[in-house]
Design a protein around this ligand. Structure first.
Ligand SMILES: [Zn+2]
Length: 204
């Protein structure tokens, strides 16, 4: 074998070995990905995906200068109801995000029972919404941030899990908590600033 022939032979052997290593790495990578099919990990990712959609609803309320709370209801991987807070806009104490989403989901499925549904809401439900969730027999509720002053999914009481009722709801809290609470904090900060400016302009 000539010198250049040897170099070619060595480099093609090297290329072949490199190809084999790459293939092995790919298999390893795939195995690693397959290992990430941990059900808890999948559930977390799914919950975050739909909470992001609930946040999108909350931003609609924010744009109307309403307390930014948003909700989506999911069944079999499909959003079947959406809602956001419109209490001031509609002059309606019942116009909470969850109530609107429940009504829409029931209309869509043609059934008042939402037994196979998961409800995602950016803020812990109040007593009215927690009550409606139990009434609609929602299977699971996923909450963004808690509401220590009015929440009825664990803060003041937990209406979702009372053995005295005929239905208990599975509960998950703290999904995209940071984003959900930041939206609320920004809203109230801006509201305080607007009120201060209004007061100032009235005094002048
Ligand atoms: Zn409510």
């Amino acid at each position: 074998m000539t010198a250049s022939g040897l170099v070619f032979f060595q480099s093609s052997v090297f290329a072949g070995r490199e190809k084999k290593n790459r293939a092995e790495r790919n298999i390893m990578g795939r195995a690693q990905q397959e290992r990430n099919t941990d059900p808890a990990e999948i559930r977390k990712k799914t919950d975050e995906k739909y909470m992001r959609q609930a946040l999108r609803q909350a931003k609609k309320a924010y744009d109307l200068e309403e307390t930014p709370i948003g909700c989506v209801i999911v069944r079999d991987g499909k959003v079947i109801g959406r809602g956001y807070n419109r209490r001031n806009t509609d002059k309606d104490p019942l116009a909470h995000a969850e109530i609107t989403a429940i009504k829409k989901a029931s209309r869509k499925t043609g059934d008042w029972r939402l037994e196979e549904c998961t409800l995602y809401v950016t803020l812990e439900p109040c007593q009215m919404c927690a009550g409606a969730i139990v009434q609609a027999r929602v299977a699971r509720v996923v909450v963004g941030c808690m509401n220590p002053k009015a929440g009825c999914a664990g803060s003041i009481l937990n209406l979702l899990d009372m053995k005295e009722f005929n239905h208990q709801v599975q509960l998950e809290t703290g999904v995209l908590e940071e984003e959900c609470s930041m939206l609320m904090k920004t809203f109230f900060k801006e509201l305080r600033m607007k009120q201060k400016m209004r007061k100032k302009s009235l005094a002048e």
